[in-house]
Design a protein around this ligand. Sequence first.
Ligand SMILES: Cc1cc2nc3c(=O)[nH]c(=O)nc-3n(C[C@H](O)[C@H](O)[C@H](O)COP(=O)(O)OP(=O)(O)OC[C@H]3O[C@@H](n4cnc5c(N)ncnc54)[C@H](O)[C@@H]3O)c2cc1C
Length: 427
Amino acid sequence: MPRIVIVGGGAGGLELATKLGKKLGKRHLAQIILVDSSTTHIWKPLLHEVAAGTLDSNHDALPYLFYANHHHFEFCLGTLDGLDRMNKTIKLASIQDEARQEVVPDRNISYDILVLSVGSSVNDFATPGVKEHCFFLDRRSQSNYFHQAFIQNLLRLAHQKNESKQLPFTIAVVGGGATGVELIAELHYSLTQLTHCGLRINPEDVSLILIEAAERILAPLHPTISNMVSKDLQSKQITLHVSTRVCNVTSSGLYTQLNEFIPANMIVWSAGIKAPDVLAMLDNLEVNRNNQLLVKQTLQTTLDETIFAFGDCASCPQGDNTFVPARAQAAHQQASFLVRALGAYLKKKPLPLYWYNDYGSLISLGQHNSVGHVLTKNKIMKGKIARFAYWSLYKMHQTALHGAWRVALFTIANILSGGKKQRVKLH
Ligand SMILES: Cc1cc2nc3c(=O)[nH]c(=O)nc-3n(C[C@H](O)[C@H](O)[C@H](O)COP(=O)(O)OP(=O)(O)OC[C@H]3O[C@@H](n4cnc5c(N)ncnc54)[C@H](O)[C@@H]3O)c2cc1C
């Protein structure tokens, strides 16, 4: 029985493991193994909501081990650390506890087909001070860490206000792409909710700043969307700095290319992405300067046809000098494509080619509002309709994992219990 090893159980990898488990694993046509460095899955586009406290990550996290057991694949906890193409094995790093004691030694896993879907993390572009002084939202633990610091700072601020010793407090988000915009809007929503619920500060006690190097925020999207979103953020008293490149970060703020100093108490870095460094050390597989693996339109890596890569960690050409964007929408489509492609590969048939279908972009501006365009109708959407379309992206991911009936039942149960839920998590 051929063994298919998938490394990375994120937006794309977990959907692929689920579908292959159903198609091949259940009928013992292939052994499917999913490897991930974390014990639980959470859909990455929710991480800004975890950071702002508007989503409790415990509710939406999925434990891989139990999930795999019910979906005809195996789960292996581990971090990819090397590849031996000649012997068709991957190396997983040893697992250590918090005191750095070894729990499980490093191991090798053999494969017949290897699929890499290890995602990406934020790119600091080697800017001095970023690693030391910034928060990141690449992992659930990082979002939880930001959330705790956010709540602690608000409690400190409320106490200072009580004692009439209030100091200015600023949160700066670097990177005016979709992630940065969604985070700052969500933080504003969270602040509004907390103050309505009795925390003794006003939303204007916290300055929110969004800093973008390009001439406008959301530069890859249509200028109309950038304008609409800028106006919405400014109406919330969020300060926008565009054409502003951050060159240095300190514990008390950031310096721009003009050597202007912007004071900030908390700084989140969300400017650009790069794939994990380990990909540049995988037995000479080709990568670009962002460490993304070069793949053909079949999603096979350029130098090894038994190794596939997709999602944020792959650079996939589209035949018109463009590349598939690093988005959850692309990872979702590629997972479905790979189910067909791997089926053809196992039957030694020619592989199909992957073409990205862009269904548009939606930007969430807090819990009740979104803005975006949907390309099939080439229309700009806003407000509750756009919010509903944004929410349906997550429902598509959940449907791929749990099936339509279960998701419908979860959703109804959620709506029915909604009135009892706290709006912002405080712990
Ligand atoms: C805050 C935020 C908001 C976003 N909002 C949107 C949005 O609204 N719409 C949209 O389309 N996109 C959005 N994105 C981008 C989207 O999340 C990614 O494009 C998508 O998750 C990519 O899927 P993936 O499967 O390639 O990687 P991921 O979902 O990142 O999954 C990678 C997996 O690999 C695992 N892994 C990493 N390294 C290793 C290793 N060495 N060994 C083993 N396992 C490893 C990780 O634990 C993870 O489970 C957002 C991103 C962020 C951070």
